[in-house]
Design a protein around this ligand. Structure first.
Ligand code: ADP
Ligand code: MG
Length: 641
């Protein structure tokens, strides 16, 4: 298949490749701006269809579109999706070796590919820079663009290097997309990507069919049960950790709900199965950590309940937004106790450990991994967080937060989801191989499969997949592993079995403790910003006005409307009074207050038959008008005037 400048319209492309009949929201405007080669920033809510905003115009341009994305899982997902639609796409990820990366870049440069997905770290590698002039890049798409801002909630330092591409590619437009960026973060994206004469599109953050509410409760589980009894249909319940997902799912099953738990600690098979059961409705409630939801597109979720709170409104909005994609009435509910808000308040000090602690833990890590000062750069290390913390008597959360800090300072990368696939290289000379095969006929088939399937395996370490080899050699994966180990023992191959332990990747050589560079001012500034984001989340819980409006304003919308369906809007409606009602309640109150005042506790029962909220409404009004007063003992007096 070859792609030349296409005379098709964007509408044709949408129909032909995606089978969709029309664009949604701002998609078409964004696509037009890109086609005019304007630098563009697009803010669309999660599920709003950001990918199409660069995929469609790229299909209409000559050349390949570079897509920069922070997570391997997201890249894989999108590339598979494109391939399903017969659009040739490539991805480079951290599990590939040099040879594979080179092969991929060669394909990108000389094959007919339309998309190349990569993580921002990759841009800085020598290999990529070598190939850059050969790549005919038509568009640079920056997905999850908020990652570039240290004021945002998911800062990733390598994003800052994207702008360097501009020097090499001065005429290639950039499209930056994100679901959530406050005005400050938006400005930062424009600055850091050096977007020129930038068009900004922002789709409204309002979701008319979504009713937000928050409940301060004594028992969270009772509240969840009540909600699930009142609102039928699929539900997501978010919890803060793996253990809690199990507990809550268990409690719900005891109440006869069909509920299952989900978190990143489960095997890939378990996760797919649980996800599948929930998507097709066999499981009604999925109780999960925030690992759940990425890339899931279930339209009929009726409730998203937060059993534990995220630490910022950006995450809350994204997670809550998984409810009601189909446009029908849905509920986003946060349930919390005083303990939860207290925990949130303590977070800034926990998440941003002191520079002293950072240096101390850094030293211990380097000692633990046996890295001498001045070495380590570019290496992966197995890192067992639990064992390390135990050995060195650190609190595991402190270690995690120190790793995070070291990550944002560009010293290392720690990613539980980076795992390296098995790798193989032939180490025996070619001329010995035939002899060996004659002597070990049982190993001949697997040798043949390796040589036939993996080009370059004689000279390079190649990533292999045991399941694949098993299929081709018609033996079980267990036997494959066994035979590979034998070949290794005979010195025929070098076999590095797959690693599922988390990897620590050193971006810089080990620094002596006193010289470990932490940009103190920026670090403290980030901590302050973080504390402010937590504050916004806390304020949201306590809010007495429209929740949807609060969220939209936070994301920089100028005049968002009241939603009319959140708890606060409904409350206001229920307690709104007509003039006649007001004066009748006013009269009842006046008649019930004796000359020398009355305890409010005695007054309220005298007004039975009137909604308590309404009584309070009128009482508050009369008090503010100084027509009555309530003293510190709770006594109500009519004013003398
Ligand atoms: P985002 O990145 O904004 O969260 P995606 O790009 O992943 O959203 O798109 C979410 C879903 O919406 C995908 O399944 C996509 O195919 C679908 N989608 C996007 N645009 C359209 C459209 N115009 N018509 C129908 N479906 C669309
Ligand atoms: Mg996306």
């Amino acid at each position: 298949m070859t792609f030349h400048f296409s005379p098709l319209t964007s509408q044709n492309i949408l129909e032909q490749y995606w089978g969709f009949s029309s664009f949604r929201g701002e998609q078409e405007h964004i696509i037009n701006a890109v086609l005019e080669k304007k630098d563009t920033l697009a803010l669309l809510p999660t599920g709003g269809g950001k990918s199409l905003c660069f995929q469609v115009p790229a299909m209409m341009m000559d050349g390949i579109c570079l897509v920069i994305s922070p997570l391997i899982a997201l890249m894989k997902d999108q590339v598979e999706n494109l391939r399903k639609r017969n659009i040739p796409a490539l991805t480079i990820n951290s599990s590939m070796n040099f040879f594979e990366v080179k092969q991929t870049l060669q394909n990108a440069a000389y094959g007919d590919y339309k998309f190349l997905y990569l993580s921002p770290e990759r841009l800085q590698t020598k290999l990529f820079k070598e190939f850059l002039p050969a790549l005919n890049i038509c568009l640079i798409a920056v997905d999850e663009a908020h990652c570039i801002s240290q004021w945002g909630y998911d800062f990733r330092p390598p994003y800052l290097k994207i702008a360097e591409l501009r020097e090499e590619l001065p005429h290639v437009p950039i499209l930056a997309v994100t679901a959530s960026a406050t005005p400050k973060v938006q400005q930062d994206i424009v600055d850091k990507l050096e977007l020129k004469d930038c068009r900004i599109f922002q789709q409204s953050f309002e979701r008319a069919n979504l009713s937000y509410s928050a409940f301060h409760v004594d028992s969270k589980i009772n509240k969840v049960v009540e909600i699930l009894k009142n609102v039928a249909g699929s539900s997501v319940v978010y919890c803060k950790n793996r253990r809690e997902t199990q507990n809550v799912a268990q409690l719900l099953r005891l109440q006869h709900f069909s509920a299952d738990h989900y978190h990143a600690g489960l095997t890939q098979e378990e996760r797919s199965r649980k996800q599948e059961e929930w998507i097709n409705g066999r499981t009604r409630v999925i109780v999960c950590t925030n690992a759940f939801g990425m890339g899931i597109d279930k339209p009929d979720v009726r409730t998203v309940i937060h059993y534990d709170l995220p630490d910022c409104l950006e995450n809350y909005y994204q997670e809550a937004g998984r409810a009601g994609r189909d446009g029908n009435r849905s509920y986003a509910v946060a349930v919390y106790q005083s303990k939860d808000t207290l925990e949130l308040q303590l977070l800034p000090d926990l998440k941003f450990p002191s520079v002293h602690d950072i240096k101390k833990v850094y030293q211990s890590i380097a000692d633990y991994l046996d890295i001498p000062v001045g070495l380590g750069e570019g290496n992966y290390y197995d890192f067992d967080l639990v064992e390390f913390s135990k050995n060195f008597k650190y609190d595991i959360h402190l270690v995690l937060n120190v790793l995070k800090a070291l990550e944002s300072e560009g010293h290392l990368a720690f990613n539980e989801s980076i795992f390296l696939p098995s790798q193989i290289r032939f180490s025996a000379p070619k001329e010995l191989l035939e002899d060996f095969e004659n002597g070990h006929p049982e190993l001949e088939p697997i040798i043949k499969v390796l040589l036939r399937t993996y080009e370059g395996i004689y000279d390079n370490r190649i990533s292999v997949n045991e399941k694949n080899i098993a299929r081709l050699a018609r033996i079980t994966p267990e036997v494959v592993k066994e035979q590979l180990k034998q070949l290794q023992a005979f010195g025929i191959i070098e076999y590095l079995a797959q690693k599922e332990t988390p990897q620590l990747y050193f971006l810089l050589n080990r620094a002596p403790a006193q010289h470990l560079h932490i940009n103190n001012e920026a670090y403290l500034q980030r901590k302050k910003q973080y504390a402010e984001r937590v504050e916004v989340m806390l304020n949201y819980l306590d809010l007495k006005t429209c929740r949807s409006q609060y969220i939209a304003k936070y994301f920089g919308e100028e005049h968002p409307k009241k939603c009319g369906v959140c708890d606060n809007c409904l409350n206001a409606k229920a307690t709104r009074l007509s003039e006649a009602e007001f004066s009748s309640i006013e009269t009842r109150i006046y008649e019930s207050i004796p000359e020398n005042g009355i305890d409010i506790k005695e007054l309220l029962p005298l007004l039975n038959g009137i909604r308590k909220e309404k009584v309070w409404n009128v009482l508050n009004f009369l008090q503010s008008e100084k027509k009555l007063s309530i003293n510190e003992k709770g006594y109500v007096f009519r004013s003398l005037s």
